[in-house]
Design a protein around this ligand. Sequence first.
Ligand SMILES: *Cc1c(COP(=O)(O)O)cnc(C)c1O
Length: 478
Amino acid sequence: MSDRAHRPRQQAAGPEDRRPAGSTELLEYTATRSRDYLAQVSHRRVAAEWTSEELRGLLGRPLSAEGEPDPAIIESLAHAGDHATIASSGPRYFGFVVGGNLPAALAADWLVSTWDQNGAIYAMSPLAAVVEEITAGWLREIAGLAASMSVGFTTGCQMASFTGLAAARHRVLERAGWDVEVEGLCGAPPIDVIVSDEAHYTIVMALRLLGLGGRRVRRIATDGQGRMRIDALRAALQSTRAPCIVCAQAGNVNTGAFDPLCEIAEATRKSGAWLHVDGAFGLWASASPEYATLTRGIEHADSIATDGHKWLNVPYDCGIVFCADSQAHRAAMSLEAAYIVGSSCERDPHEFVPEESRRARATPVYAALRSLGRAGLSRLVEDCCRHARRFAQGLHAAGYEILNDVVLNQVLVAFGDGERTRRTIAALQQEGTCWCGGTVWQGRTAMRISVSNWRTTDEDVERSLEAMLRVAALSAHG
Ligand SMILES: *Cc1c(COP(=O)(O)O)cnc(C)c1O
């Protein structure tokens, strides 16, 4: 086919403006705009500058019949990005648990889109498949997990949990003489699912998608830090006859606390239940000799879910699931299709995840790990935790109440009553030096500070702390 045949047909309408996507100029322009964005993300106001109306004004329009020039499209998006993003990849965003993006991971993410590989099977992308395999090995090593654990790269931690719990559903029902992949759930033996009162809502969502939601889920009481109470779990396991799945947590999204994983693993194993652990951000504590004790016991889990796009600081979208029972993992996620001619000895990534066609999403993880090395990852974790402690110490010294034991990277602070705390959060977001969100912790309204970005420096912490104290003092009076 001649090169001509590939050109867009509308070219006659304005050939000079209609550079095909992928042209050198367009990509160079985009790289420049990205570079400028990153250069200012450390200095700008953290909150979005534009309102949704302003955004609609710039980006909304009737869809054109013939298409528009590519540079104009990228220009308007980049312009919107400069003014309407929240600077969550910057160093003073402490909302939720979001992480950032390491330069090597971001650059690798560009390559992933450039290559446009379908990372589903080895035959479609040997590169994607092999990078996944290598990255999976490094991740198991970092987390101290058995080399035999199977690994899948999902869109996020919710889907990583979905995958781990699908493997769980397969195995516990298989032991009860039921093939869930063939028979479905109608008429299946009931499964008891045990989660803590503090389970992340994405666990509940994953269970619901698997037909294990609602009344099937028993909730276990937690302590003052949100850790599952082991005595309550043991009692619950004792009264369970049915096939059973237990979901524990490594890193509470409010307090950063870890469930007692060793005891939970032991109790779960004794009762023959499956143990799934949600370690969305907490699993990364295992990368630091100083914090690894928090994750002790996680190596006994049957399945573990974590995020790449939070604390590992790779761009969205990236979650990771580990499964000790690799046979159950594959049975739950793969379907023999005649046209997917297996590449025999090579690993097909899609056999470990819910998606079929998928981006080569292990690649940014691969780049991040090579860039950081073991010590770099450990420092990333430790720096964030040190920053969190500094926030807690500075706020406490000013007379504000810290509601959690700061064991990791999460801090909960109350600025007096709920009303004043809410006022302070709103004023701080408005002020723009930094961004923190609100939460309710065991009945108390609190501001949550999550430090999970490699870009955050000591100076960012001091500047943000100063802003918090200034804004809190002002909001003391209505
Ligand atoms: C963020 C988070 C999740 C969900 O992860 P996604 O990547 O958003 O799907 C699950 N559990 C915990 C503890 C989290 O912090």
